[in-house]
Design a protein around this ligand. Structure first.
Ligand code: AP5
Length: 209
């Protein structure tokens, strides 16, 4: 594979977590999700978790310094990675430049209407983290994970009023990264409204290209 330091960009619900897990399974690249790391910190009641929770519950971004300090070492000690949810502001993108370079930034696009539909029907396994969708990728039993039997739950920030704010925050703080990476020749776009397998094939083509 030609590209081994990649990042996924896109609005909430575009499919970044779904695709990052599939790519990681296929390639062995390390999946680094700032959202997953933060939710783990919250679940364990750590200092970082307590500082982040207030922002996450509202659908706002966690302050740049906290995020950069949290992810810096994980990136620095990993050779090949898929970043999911980082960078998310120009300040974070500039901090990343000081840690390592990216081979590719893949922007998964999705309309606001589709984001709202997907997030209101997302369910996640409490045990293994597998992501489901009651409309598009339903589990066999509505409340249980197909893989491990763990309980499926709805994320606190998938409530409709929080999703609205998350989308606005994305447009204001994160969408400028599209130009940031386009200007550097690193941006590729994938239509996230296509079926999961089609999106994955397109990304795999980009990674080997
Ligand atoms: P984070 O967890 O990163 O949330 P997000 O970026 O809003 O993205 P999501 O996880 O909601 O969506 P996704 O694109 O991964 O989609 P998924 O694959 O699940 O961040 C949460 C919070 O943490 C932030 O709001 C912020 O507070 C904080 N945070 C995190 N990183 C930060 C940072 N760098 N700086 C500051 N704050 C930060 O798919 C969604 C649904 O659609 C699922 O149900 C899935 O099954 C379904 N689906 C996926 N693909 C398809 C498809 N092709 N067709 C049909 N359905 C599909």
């Amino acid at each position: 594979m030609a590209r081994e330091r990649i990042a996924l960009l896109g609005p909430p619900g575009a499919g970044k977590g779904t695709q990052a897990k599939l790519i990681s399974d296929k390639t062995g690249l390390c999946h680094l999700s700032t959202g997953d790391i933060l939710r783990d910190e919250v679940a364990h009641g750590t200092e970082i978790g307590r500082a982040a929770k207030l922002h996450m519950d509202r659908g706002d971004l966690v302050p740049d310094k906290l995020i950069i300090d949290m992810i810096h070492e994980r990136i620095a000690k990993t050779d090949g990675f898929i970043l999911d949810g980082f960078p998310r502001t120009v300040a974070q993108a500039e901090a990343l430049l000081k840690i390592t370079s990216l081979d590719l930034m893949i922007n998964i696009t999705l309309s606001r209407a589709e984001v709202i539909k997907r997030l209101s029907s997302r369910r996640v396994c409490r045990e293994c983290g597998k992501i489901y969708n009651l409309l598009f990728n339903p589990p066999k039993i509505k409340t249980r994970c197909d893989l491990c039997g763990g309980e499926l739950f709805q994320r606190d920030d998938d409530r409709p009023e929080v999703v609205d704010n998350r989308y606005d925050v994305y447009m204001q703080a994160t969408a400028p990264l599209v130009d940031f990476y386009r200007e550097r020749g690193l941006l590729r776009e994938v239509d996230g409204a296509q079926p999961t397998a089609v999106v994955l094939n397109r990304i795999m083509d980009l990674l080997s290209g």
